[in-house]
Ligand binder design. Structure first.
Ligand SMILES: [Zn+2]
Ligand SMILES: [Zn+2]
Length: 134
């Protein structure tokens, strides 16, 4: 696994302890957490942490194209930018799953006009677990 401090430095981000903690949390929790979820999870090990810091750090990561926000039900969820992938949102348990589906690439003439940083491709429905308990 790549060293987080090194990775942040490569993206012109000073790897403060808090930033590394937040980035590592996203790396270990690929379930698209919200600011609240990240804040609650890290609060115990970082008692001085504020929600604003989490929010600002995520904004910085977005700015440097390390993280992309997913807007769902007026809530922002955060996803590390890895391979482009689509998402599935379960309407019953509100879980967001990664799908092994790639969003379509723009054709060359369109891509020449737009500098794309990310895409959002979301499928909605009921997940396997909720179908069983449905
Ligand atoms: Zn579900
Ligand atoms: Zn994802």
């Amino acid at each position: 696994m790549e060293n987080t401090s090194e990775l942040l430095r490569q993206h012109d981000i000073k790897p403060s302890f808090t930033r590394v903690m937040i980035f590592d949390y996203l790396k270990e929790n690929l379930n698209h957490p919200t600011v609240d979820e990240i804040f609650q999870a890290l609060q115990t090990s970082l008692p001085t942490l504020s929600k604003t810091t989490v929010y600002n750090t995520l904004d910085l990561f977005i700015d440097k194209h390390l993280v992309q926000p997913l807007l769902m039900n007026q809530q922002k969820h955060y996803d590390l930018i890895t391979d482009p992938h689509a998402h599935f949102k379960c309407e019953r348990c509100d879980t967001i799953f990664d799908l092994d589906v790639k969003p379509p690439k723009l054709d060359k003439s369109t891509a020449a006009n737009y500098h794309v940083y990310g895409t959002q491709l979301i499928y909605r429905g009921v997940c396997e677990k909720c179908q069983k308990h449905g």
